[in-house]
Design a binder for this molecule. Structure first.
Ligand SMILES: C[S@@+](CC[C@H](N)C(=O)[O-])C[C@H]1O[C@@H](n2cnc3c(N)ncnc32)[C@H](O)[C@@H]1O
Length: 426
């Protein structure tokens, strides 16, 4: 739509919504700014702990973590233990430097705390069994500055309190710190870390590729919120951005992880056999049911059809995620150098339990609500930055209705793909 007609729609929408979305014009200027390289200022998972918070809607990531737990524990078992003696001349006392662990893209809630607990617990056991001493652990919870670190640290304190209530204090204790910033930049001094993990986070790109937002480019992603099913130029633009981002990530970690230290990544990914335009693999149901595809595009179209937004606003909303293949990840690690891949796997996760599915078939409205909450938890901050709070609520209402009315898909069992990689800094 040309800008003259799009502003007509905008004006109409402002008056029709009785001023409730009267910040729409301001929002439009705002998203034009953040989309041009300011994604890190708005991207985050929904904070707090209400029904649409990430803390209450992180089951998919939790399943992914459960899936990779045996690999992570095995990797920790085979890790070379660090002994960094910093004895300052007092022969009776040896001071061991702390063991330092970072979770990159930690968000809020149970997943990061449980993961760190598992890592610290199993490493501590090894030090006690193999070396007879209990080192100090420092844990860095890192995410973008917009992450709700307050909620995270409240949960952490509650967890520590509950542990000390059971007189089990020493087994779980570590020193915690928050590190705000993008994992596509340096976050730590040289050789600072012994273990860096990043779980369900690295498929988020650093920005929406500029050409995808350029109306004059063949890569203009018209009518779609994401790249599944998009034309070749759009997919290529995302693939290029993904390649650059992964390289930036690895180069930074190469500096920050001490030799012998471990980088463990779990990210959404696609099967090796699939080209990038097939982000969700070859299962048509999984593609259709994925929250970033059909229902998402329909909900945007609903807002457009109701005159609440203009076409440009719909088209300018893009979800900055990319599912890499094992080959893409391996190439990036080899290109970066300084890491030896110990293990790399693609795995499929069923989207929810059989029991949950049966429950939802009986009550599609509650399914729509659950799915909308799941998507609110991950996308609400960027949808709100795009269209403001009033229209954002309208959008998720449409999304919820669309999801609960698709009975056909409700009966399908769908899957997500993940790539797990464990590499040692050499
Ligand atoms: C789906 S959540 C996963 C959270 C947690 N690791 C888990 O497994 O539950 C993805 C997280 O990655 C973070 N993230 C995305 N891009 C990031 C970036 N460039 N730098 C740091 N964190 C980022 C998001 O803010 C979000 O908190």
């Amino acid at each position: 739509m040309e800008s003259s007609s799009s502003s007509a729609v905008t004006t109409r929408s402002i008056s029709s919504a009785s001023g409730e979305n009267n910040n729409y014009m301001v929002m439009k200027e705002y998203w034009q700014t953040w989309q041009a390289g300011g994604l890190h200022k708005v991207l985050c998972m929904e904070g707090g702990d209400d029904d649409s918070s990430y803390a209450k809607n992180s089951q998919a990531s939790a399943s992914a973590i459960t899936l990779c737990k045996p690999l992570l524990l095995t990797a920790i078992q085979s890790l070379k233990l660090f002994f960094i003696e910093t004895n300052e001349g007092d022969s009776d006392t040896a001071y061991y430097d702390s063991i330092r662990i970072a979770d990159l893209g930690c968000a809020t809630g149970y997943n990061t705390l449980a993961t760190i607990d598992m890592i610290v617990g199993s490493l501590r056991k090894r030090y006690l069994n193999e070396c007879g001493f209990d080192p100090e652990f420092e844990v860095f919870f890192s995410d973008l500055p917009s992450n709700d670190f307050n909620s995270l640290f409240r949960s952490l304190t509650a967890m520590f309190d509950s542990v000390s209530d059971n007189n089990n204090k020493t087994l779980n204790k570590y020193y915690a710190a928050g590190v705000p910033g993008s994992f596509y930049h340096r976050l730590f001094p040289k050789s600072k870390l012994h273990i860096a993990v990043s779980l369900s986070a690295l498929h988020w790109l650093s920005q929406i590729p500029k050409v995808v937002l350029d109306k004059t480019s063949p890569a203009w992603n018209k009518g779609r919120a994401w790249i599944e099913g998009a034309n070749k130029e759009v997919v290529e633009a995302y693939a290029k951005q993904s390649e650059k981002d992964l390289q930036d990530f690895l180069v930074c970690r190469k500096e920050e992880i001490a030799k012998g230290g471990m980088l463990f990544i779990l990210m959404a990914g696609r099967p090796e056999s699939q080209p990038p335009e097939n982000q969700l693999g070859d299962d048509a149901d999984s593609r259709a049911k994925h929250p970033f595809t059909t229902s998402m595009d329909q909900a945007w179209q609903d807002l457009l059809d109701e005159g609440l937004i203009d076409e440009e606003t719909r088209d300018m909303f893009n979800i900055p995620t990319y599912m890499r293949s094992k080959e893409e990840v391996e190439n990036a690690i080899n290109k970066c150098g300084g890491f030896e891949i110990k293990r790399m796997e693609y795995k499929r996760i069923v989207e929810h339990s059989e029991e949950k599915q049966q429950e939802w078939i009986m009550d599609p409205v509650s399914y729509g609500r659950a799915k909308a909450n799941l998507v609110r938890a991950t996308l609400r901050p960027i949808v709100e930055a795009h269209i403001g709070p009033y229209l954002c609520d309208q959008f998720f209402n449409r999304f919820q209705t669309r999801v609960s009315s698709d009975f056909n898909l409700l009966h399908k069992t769908c899957f997500y793909g993940v790539i797990i990689v464990c590499a040692i800094r050499i």
